[in-house]
Design a protein around this ligand. Structure first.
Ligand code: SF4
Length: 237
């Protein structure tokens, strides 16, 4: 006899959350022509620590425009990369990490070319990326999901992790990798890679407006009905 496992209730919470966020903020979708190459997304993630997305976008675009290819960027000495990465919050760290990462890709693949990832299952491709210097789960998931690879992988930044913790969907102290491992099995199976990307962008918006790092503004938060923290705050009043 085959046992039928009942679905995890958190899957339905994620569906309701997505609908509530869209009702509140509208659709936030990334058009297909705005998807960048896997190499661009890798660079963007490696230099992006503690830096606003727009600044990292501009730095990545400028590097490619100035040197013409990621292979050429890989050969730029770190002190010269540092000058070009002045918009990043930690330019010296970003330059060193970028140089090491691109050199490692070149050493393994012969050039800064990630086309082989499209032939690998998503988890294997992410494991390959995470053995590169400076690449952790957020960046490996970003390369798979937010680039032209367009794979089902949840990108989890600080906003996303904090909201999942406060809502009681993942453990309170789960780091990015544990949050990813907890979320991927409960993502609604009908969600496409684009739905996952939109979910991440909507949660980022929620983290900037209501579920802020220092203080959660639960009144009027679209996630409150399904949030452990938000409902206990409402009961305490
Ligand atoms: S209800 Fe409060 S704690 Fe929960 S997600 Fe919204 S702002 Fe964050």
């Amino acid at each position: 006899m085959q046992l039928l496992l009942s679905p995890d209730p958190r899957t339905e919470i994620l569906r309701r959350l997505q609908a509530a966020l869209i009702a509140s903020f509208g659709r936030i979708t990334r058009p297909a022509d705005k998807r960048r190459s896997p190499e661009w997304v890798l660079v963007h993630g490696v230099i992006g620590a503690q830096t606003k997305t727009a600044a990292s976008n501009a730095s990545s675009d400028d590097l490619l425009a100035e040197f013409g290819s990621w292979d050429a960027v890989a050969d730029v000495p770190p002190d010269q990369l540092e000058e070009r990465l002045h918009r990043q919050t930690f330019p010296a760290v970003a330059a060193a990490r970028l140089s090491q990462c691109l050199q490692a890709v070149k050493a393994e693949r012969g050039s800064v070319d990630l086309r082989h990832l499209s032939n690998l299952p998503t988890d294997e491709a992410m494991a390959w990326l995470e053995q590169l210097p400076g690449v952790a789960r957020k960046n490996s998931a970003g390369v798979m999901n937010a680039s032209t690879l367009n794979r089902k992988a949840m990108v989890i930044d600080g906003h996303h992790r904090r909201i999942m913790q406060r809502m009681g969907i993942v453990a309170p102290k789960a780091d990015t990798a544990r949050t990813y491992d907890a979320l991927m099995p409960i993502v609604p199976p009908e969600w496409s890679a684009e739905n996952m990307d939109e979910h991440h962008l909507l949660l980022k918006k929620l983290g900037q407006t209501h579920c802020r790092p220092r203080k959660a503004l639960c009144d009027g938060c679209p996630a409150q009905a399904d949030c452990v923290t938000g409902t206990s705050a409402a009961r305490a009043r």
